[in-house]
Design a protein around this ligand. Structure first.
Ligand code: MG
Length: 423
């Protein structure tokens, strides 16, 4: 067999193997170098993410700033895939199942909790990342980790812990707490503390929803505080908002705290979409019309986010990650009209759902538990678990108590309150 014939035959064989081994979307557009590559080269190319045809402004895994403790490469998972898998296997991730999103378990056991919310954020984030040709592996890791720092009791729990820390000239912030979890509290590996995540995942944990200034947070200096985070991190916050706005409408309606007449009269966009659904399915029951309307709304929000971001990238001629980082403002955002609609939606949810008396009562019970246990452990540090008691020799007691309570699930917080304080 001549060399050319041999090469062609090898290429056919490799193509056949790839066709069966790779997902259709990956196989459909492979660069030629992959088709002609050897098995090892194919694995290397997959690991480095080159096959995914990332946009020039996407974060490439081969350009990662790496891990705090260097580790050998994995044969078939790239570093961001490994980070995603480490997060899924973390205790803090599993505890999300018993942390309140808006409705507590006491109210109903089929509404969103922080774990199902996280999965919805990951699903929306992947869709947006794929459409913008961003690094889907990094986005998935960031979405899955974005809420692990939340304490029990939802946002009220976070506000209460922060309030309790202020007299000690300290704060509680769920992003900073998430960083402490993945850097310190997760103890799974013999070779290093924490999960040893890549720089970009750690950077995204703290910067996905806000900027931190070096003057106020000198301990975060390594995270390039004067730069914007990669687009993969920027999109998490908006995907988070889309997920919880739609989910809260859904759960609020299901819980009968939000009625269709109020929704339609308060939210003109919702009303327009509902009328379209009603025209198409006049015989459908109200709940199914509501579901179809919500589906249209979610689709509209995601589509607007993709198109507005794409437009902004083109308008500002963004060609590289360096440009993304150097810009003064973030690029991933809704367009002006949808931003106004989203603000109306948030205002509506705040006025009609988040401040509803039924939810307030439960919220007050949880924040009271946090307040009581914080005082209890400050007075009786010997009641802390051994790990935290040891930590109190290295850090102020208020910080250690705050960390311990922040890691609790809602039922564990209430159980501890019953056990230690008798109600
Ligand atoms: Mg969230």
């Amino acid at each position: 067999m001549r060399t050319d014939d041999y090469t062609r035959a090898a290429a056919r064989a490799t193509r056949s193997v790839l066709q069966h081994a790779l997902p259709a979307r990956v196989y459909s557009r492979p660069p030629h170098c992959v088709i002609f590559a050897s098995g090892n080269a194919v694995r290397t190319t997959l690991r480095k993410g080159k096959i995914s045809q990332l946009a020039p402004y996407a974060m490439r895994v081969e350009e990662s700033q790496g891990r705090r403790y260097p580790e050998p490469a994995h044969p078939y998972r790239n570093d961001y895939e490994r980070d995603r898998d480490r997060i899924i296997h973390a205790r803090a991730f599993r505890r999300l199942e018993n942390k309140t999103q808006v409705f507590t378990r006491r109210y109903s056991d089929h509404f969103r909790n922080r774990l199902t919310h996280t999965l919805e954020v990951a699903q929306i984030s992947r869709t947006v990342a794929k459409a913008l040709r961003l690094n889907v592996d990094l986005v998935e890791a960031l979405a899955l980790v974005h809420d692990v720092g939340h304490p029990p009791g939802g946002h009220s729990g976070e506000a209460e812990l922060d309030r309790l820390m202020r007299p000690y000239h300290d704060i509680f912030d769920h992003n900073l707490h998430a960083l402490r979890i993945v850097e310190t509290f997760e103890q799974k590996y013999a070779a290093f503390p924490g999960l040893n995540l890549t720089f970009e995942v750690r950077e995204g944990i703290i910067k996905h929803s806000r900027d931190y200034h070096a003057a106020d947070y000198p301990e975060l200096l390594e995270y390039r505080l004067d730069e914007r985070p990669p687009l993969e991190a920027q999109l998490i916050d908006v995907a988070d908002e889309i997920a919880y706005n739609c989910a809260d409408l859904d759960d609020g309606f299901e819980a009968r705290l939000l009625s269709l007449p109020v929704l339609r009269s308060s939210l003109p966009l919702f009303d327009r979409l509902y009328r379209a659904v009603d025209g198409k399915y006049p015989q459908a029951i109200e709940k199914l019309k509501f579901n179809e309307t919500l589906k249209l709304l979610l689709n509209m929000l995601v589509t607007d986010l993709i198109e507005s971001t794409r437009h902004r990238l083109a308008e500002q001629r963004v060609r590289s990650l360096a440009q993304v980082r150097a810009l003064r403002s973030r690029l991933v955002s809704h367009g002006t009209r949808m931003l106004k609609e989203e603000q109306k939606l948030k205002r509506f949810l705040f006025e009609h759902l988040y401040s509803h008396q039924n939810l307030n009562a439960e919220r007050h019970r949880l924040t009271a538990c946090i307040r009581d246990l914080f005082a209890y452990f400050l007075k009786r540090p010997q009641s802390l678990p051994a790990y935290y008691l040891l930590q109190s020799q290295k850090e102020p007691l208020n910080r250690v108590v705050c960390d311990y309570i922040a890691g609790m699930t809602d039922p564990y917080l209430q159980g501890q309150h019953r056990k230690l304080l008798g109600d």
